[in-house]
Design a protein. Structure first.
Length: 367
C-alpha cells in the first residue's frame, strides 16, 4: 500500500509533515528543542505545541517562538493531562501526511527532517522512517552511547515487511522513538498510541507499522536523547511491578489484536527478554544505591567500602550467570547488546563530536 502525499514547497510532490510536541515544565530545554526544529533545512507545514499546565516559564518561552514563527501554534491545558493524552490529541489535530512527535527535552540534529522526509518520498510504501540517535546524560551532558546499539543496516535502507520480523529477531528493536517520523494515515489505522502501554506505546505501534508496511532506516545519528531517571520513560519503568505489567500488556496485544503480525514464538521470547531486562535494571539500580550508601556511610571509597562494593558486584555477576544458565536464549541477546553499549562508553565512540546546538549553516567550533 502506498500513502499519497501532497505538494510542499520544500519537497516537490512529497508528503507533508506536522511536527507536534507535548511540554510540561521544560522551559530550560525549549530554546534547544524548538530552536533545532525551526533551524532545520526542511520546513514542516505546521508545529503544534501543547503546554500541559506548566508552572515554569514554558508558556512565555513558547510564546516568544510563536510570535516570530506563524507555523507554530500553542495550545494551553489549564490542568495537567499527561503525555499520552496530549499526544493522541495532537494526532487528531495534525493535518500533515506525516507526523513527528518531538520531545520537549530532547533535540534533533541538522538534516534530520530533510533526510527522513526524502527517504519517505523515495519509499512511499514505508509507514515510517527511523534514524540513529545519541543518548546523553541529562545531568552531565556526557555521551552514553548511540542508539540502536545494533543497527539494522549500515546504510540507508528500506526494510520491507517480509524482512522486518527476521530483523527484529536478530537485532531486537532498532526503532528509536525520538527519530521516528510516521505516516499519519497508517498510524491511525493501526490503532494510534495505545495509552495503557505507557512509555512503550510509541515503539509498540511502530513495530506494528513496520511489520505491516515496512520502514526506512538511517544509520546516522540525527537526534540527541537526554537520559534522566526522572524522565517520562525511565520514571515510568523504574517501578518493577509497573514495568512488568507494561510488557505483559504489550505481549497480550501481540497475541490477540495483532496476532497476524507477531508469531507466538517471537512474542514468548520477546516477553521473557523484556521481563528479565526489567528485573536486572531494578536489581542493578538497587545495587548502585547500596554501594553509594556504603561509601557515604564510611566517609568515601575507603578499603572496606571498596571490598563491600566488589562483593555486591560479585553477587550481581553470580545472579547473571544463573539467569544465563536458566534462560540462555533470552539472556544472550541482552548480554550481547549490553556489552556493545559498554564498549561504546569505554571507547568513547564519537565522544569528540560537537553536539552543542546551533542553527544549520553555523560554523562548528574547534575542540
Amino acid at each position: 500500500m502506498e500513502f499519497q502525499g501532497r505538494d510542499q514547497a520544500t519537497m516537490s510532490n512529497g508528503p507533508t509533515l506536522s511536527v507536534v510536541m507535548s511540554n510540561f515544565n521544560h522551559a530550560r530545554y525549549l530554546p534547544e528543542s524548538l530552536g533545532a526544529i525551526l533551524a532545520q533545512s526542511y520546513r514542516p507545514m505546521e508545529i503544534i505545541v501543547i503546554d500541559d499546565g506548566s508552572t515554569d516559564d514554558s508558556v512565555e518561552v513558547i510564546g516568544r517562538f510563536a510570535r516570530k514563527e506563524p507555523r507554530l501554534r500553542l495550545i494551553r491545558n489549564e490542568r495537567n493531562q499527561g503525555v499520552l493524552a496530549n499526544v493522541n490529541r495532537l494526532l487528531e489535530l495534525a493535518s500533515g501526511d506525516c507526523l513527528y512527535v518531538a520531545a520537549a527535552d530532547d533535540r534533533i540534529l541538522p538534516g534530520f527532517l530533510q533526510r527522513s522526509m526524502e527517504m519517505l518520498a523515495r519509499h512511499p510504501q514505508a509507514a515510517l522512517c527511523s534514524a540513529s540517535a545519541y543518548m546523553i546524560d541529562a545531568a552531565t551532558n556526557q555521551r552514553i552511547f548511540t542508539l540502536p546499539v545494533e543497527p539494522v543496516s549500515r546504510r540507508e535502507a528500506f526494510i520491507p515487511p517480509a524482512q522486518a520480523m527476521s530483523r527484529f529477531r536478530r537485532h531486537g528493536s532498532w526503532l528509536v522513538g525520538i527519530t521516528c517520523i510516521n505516516r499519519k494515515e497508517a498510524l491511525v489505522k493501526a490503532g494510534g498510541f495505545i495509552p495503557h502501554l505507557g512509555p512503550f506505546c510509541d515503539e509498540f505501534i511502530q513495530m506494528v507499522l513496520t511489520l505491516k508496511h515496512g520502514a526506512c532506516f538511517i544509520p546516522k545519528p540525527l537526534a540527541v536523547w537526554r537520559w534522566s531517571s526522572a524522565g517520562y520513560a525511565n520514571s515510568s519503568a523504574a517501578v518493577l511491578e509497573g514495568s512488568l505489567q507494561m510488557w505483559s500488556s504489550a505481549a497480550d496485544l501481540m497475541r490477540t489484536t495483532y496476532a497476524d503480525l507477531f508469531p507466538r514464538s517471537f512474542v514468548n521470547a520477546w516477553e521473557r527478554e523484556k521481563r528479565l531486562h526489567a528485573q536486572l535494571s531494578v536489581v542493578n539500580k538497587a545495587q548502585r544505591q547500596r554501594i553509594s550508601t556504603i561509601q557515604a556511610g564510611r566517609g568515601g571509597p575507603g578499603v572496606t567500602a571498596r571490598v563491600l562494593g566488589w562483593a555486591l558486584r560479585f553477587r550481581m555477576v553470580v545472579f547473571m550467570i544463573y539467569l544465563l544458565v536458566r534462560f540462555p536464549w533470552s539472556m544472550v541477546p541482552l548480554l550481547r547488546r549490553g556489552l556493545k553499549a559498554r564498549l561504546q562508553r569505554f571507547t568513547r565512540e564519537g565522544a569528540r563530536d560537537d553536539l552543542a546546538w546551533r542553527p544549520e549553516g553555523s560554523p562548528v567550533p574547534r575542540p
